[in-house]
Design a protein around this ligand. Structure first.
Ligand code: COA
Length: 628
């Protein structure tokens, strides 16, 4: 995945800290301890550079008068007496003391302090290629293969055999891989925690019942595929009817609600043990009820159903309670062939998850048999919970809240199959920038106004790096959209505007990848002010800031080779989400909008996106042909 930035360079060994062998809950996990890969530190950009860039990105969102005000606010901010200088100097001091000045701040502000549910608002779903299971045995066999593939992958991570990914000549930080398995988010008032573990069991959900399933026998030998199938059959036998008491649904609620329920649950010894058992497991496996996948009229409908299952489980009456949304990885294997995973975003970006997905799909398709067989597997254990009437009420609230969330999310996931990266490259254009400009055009086509636009760029060339925002909405992208939609523009003018917009996007991307974007630096200055009791500068309440940071289009490239796709909800109430997997000859695209907002519709956005991709393709071909 993200193959272009992450060319594999063979099995170069890297040395990371071994997993802690015992259970630990860590609040501010700093992965940079020791900087084992010897990567550079995240730079603090120069104040003038960021604010020059900032002024360019706010321009499309302001009229002339407003822009003049914003410009003067910026001038004050960076003047010799301005607070910007003071904040910059404090931030630079912080950077001297941290290998990555942003890492802890980012983990806390972007994830652990965020109080909305992780479902829809934070945790993406990843849909694997569809399967058609003829019977339960096939479902369980697929689930067993998935678990064995995951354990194989975990083994590669543990033995430090995952190839170091590269961006050009720069190696990327590989620490996120270490956090995929065994990790669990713990709900806590104000700020959640993360728990990192290394144990040998998985948590299996069926009909909202929760089981501890050991993947190794008493002889410490890993179970064979047949043995895992047999364990899963035992799970199914013991959970033939859904339990109304399913507490998994609590993990879908607002974090404060869930933290309160968690605190109550933990007062009981049995509950505490069961909760810790889930938190410590390698991953969750959700054996889901059927959702009518193969009754769907077409591929688009199937993608929407599968996307919904991986994002939220379809609500309380479907598979929404058959989940533990705090767990970093929850594999989903549905009775009628929905397969994929839900991942809790705080420990890692989509990239390692998509790389793991390709590994799992290859493993399963290769049909590799595990040659080992344990002499004495341990039977699955049903995890027990004592639910008080107070917690029962909380479960009911969580069910209602999840159903509201489910009803509010409109998904439109599809495969754009007219062309993919190959065509775009043949036009000597960057595929990612091209697709981003298609989204800009689609938004402008629908709303006739600039759409502030977030794209994630990986900053993993730095130790502990996560992402920087690429502000895809630019003066050039709006000029391009207007030119494309103007019936009087010639094809030549349209292509010139497209090339200019792509170039502007690519230039910003290159800077963002080096940690030189606008958003993280401005966040750093803001948090510096907060930490030092300095009143927030005017810059942060100015329309230039608020409008350009109100990301109506929230996007991410998550590329995998298999025919899978990632999906998630919009960032803002009147926004769209667009996650895309550009492949050689097609692009898997997952769009989303909130039903409650009358200005947005994922169906219309998808149609506008397809029209944009068609028009861009046609105009490029037209000018190429006319040159011949
Ligand atoms: N002409 C021909 N080919 C070109 C080209 C041009 N003008 N510009 C780029 N290409 C090629 C590249 O060489 C690359 O080739 P490859 O497929 O052989 O490797 C390919 O097109 C793709 O490059 P491009 O589309 O420009 O960008 P990218 O794939 O590097 O992606 C980002 C850009 C920003 C998405 C990526 O760098 C990144 O940061 N990804 C991480 C995003 C993330 O964190 N997502 C998860 C969030 S949860």
């Amino acid at each position: 995945m993200l193959r272009s930035i992450t060319k594999m360079v063979g099995y170069r060994t890297f040395f990371l800290e071994p997993y802690a062998s015992s259970y630990q809950v860590i609040n501010n996990y700093t992965s940079t301890k020791g900087n084992i890969q010897n990567l550079p530190s995240l730079p603090v950009p120069k104040l003038e550079d960021t604010l020059t860039k900032y002024l360019k990105t706010v321009r499309p969102h302001l009229n002339d008068e407003e822009y003049a005000v914003t410009t003067s606010i910026v001038k004050d901010f960076i003047s010799d007496k301005g607070v910007g200088r003071k904040l910059q100097s404090l931030l630079e001091k912080r950077a001297e003391k941290h290998l990555n000045w942003l890492e802890d701040w980012w983990l806390n502000t972007a994830y652990l302090e965020y109080r909305d549910p992780v479902v829809v608002y934070s945790s993406p779903g990843l849909v694997f290629p569809f399967r058609q299971f003829k019977n339960q045995k096939e479902q369980l066999r697929y689930a067993a293969k998935t678990l064995l593939a995951a354990v194989d992958y975990k083994d590669l991570i543990d033995s430090e055999k995952i190839p170091v990914e590269m961006m050009g000549k720069s190696p990327l930080d590989m620490q996120q891989y270490k956090k995929i398995f065994g990790t669990c988010r713990i709900p806590w008032e104000k700020r959640d925690k993360l728990s990192y573990n290394n144990e040998k069991h998985v948590t299996v959900f069926h009909n909202n019942h929760i089981f501890h399933v050991d993947l190794w026998g008493q002889d410490n030998v890993i179970l064979s595929e047949d043995q895992i199938v047999s364990q899963l059959e035992k799970v199914i036998k013991q959970s033939s009817k859904p339990t109304s008491q399913g507490i998994g649904i609590l993990t879908s609620d607002n974090r404060d609600n869930w933290a309160a329920a968690y605190r109550l649950l933990r007062e009981d010894k049995t509950n505490k043990e069961s909760l810790e058992d889930i938190e410590k497991s390698i991953a969750v496996l959700c054996l889901d009820s059927p959702v009518g996948l193969w009754k769907c009229p077409d591929d688009n409908a199937r993608r929407n159903v599968a996307g919904a299952q991986t994002i939220h489980g379809g609500g309380a009456a479907a598979n929404g309670g058959n989940r533990w949304f705090d767990k970093t990885i929850q594999f989903i294997v549905g009775a009628d062939g929905v397969t994929g995973l839900t991942y809790e975003h705080s420990p890692a970006e989509g990239q390692p998850i998509a790389v793991m997905t390709d590994f799992i799909i290859n493993y399963i398709e290769r049909g590799k048999e595990n040659s080992k067989t344990s002499a004495n597997p341990k039977p699955p254990v049903l995890l027990k919970f004592n639910v008080t009437s107070k917690v029962d009420e909380m479960i009911k609230t969580a069910r209602t809240n999840l159903d509201k969330l489910v009803g509010n999310l409109e998904l439109n996931c599809f495969q754009y199959d007219k062309y993919g990266k190959n065509f775009i490259k043949s036009q000597k254009l960057s595929p990612d920038s091209y697709l981003q400009m298609a989204m800009q055009l689609a938004f402008y086509r629908l709303h006739n106004t600039p759409g502030a636009h977030y794209e994630s760029a990986a900053t993993r060339m730095y130790v502990g790096g996560r992402t920087e925002t690429i502000r895809s909405c630019s003066i050039e992208s709006i000029d391009f959209a207007k030119t494309m939609l103007n019936t009087k523009s010639s094809p030549k003018e349209k292509v010139a505007a497209l090339q200019k917009a792509i170039k502007a996007h690519k230039d910003y991307t290159v800077q963002a990848l080096q940690g030189l974007g606008v958003d993280r630096h401005l966040l750093g200055l803001k948090l510096t002010a907060i930490e030092n009791g300095i009143p927030l500068p005017k810059l942060y309440s100015d329309p230039g800031f608020t409008r350009s940071a109100h990301m109506r289009i929230s996007t991410s490239q998550v590329a995998c080779k298999c025919d899978g796709f990632m999906c998630y909800g919009p960032l803002v109430a009147d926004g769209y989400a667009t996650c895309y997997n550009p492949r050689d000859d097609d692009v898997n695209i997952a769009t989303a909008a909130f039903e409650q907002h009358r200005d947005t519709s994922a169906a219309q956005y998808r149609a506008a996106l397809e029209a944009s991709l068609r028009d861009m393709h046609d105009v490029l071909l037209l000018t190429t042909h006319s040159k011949l």
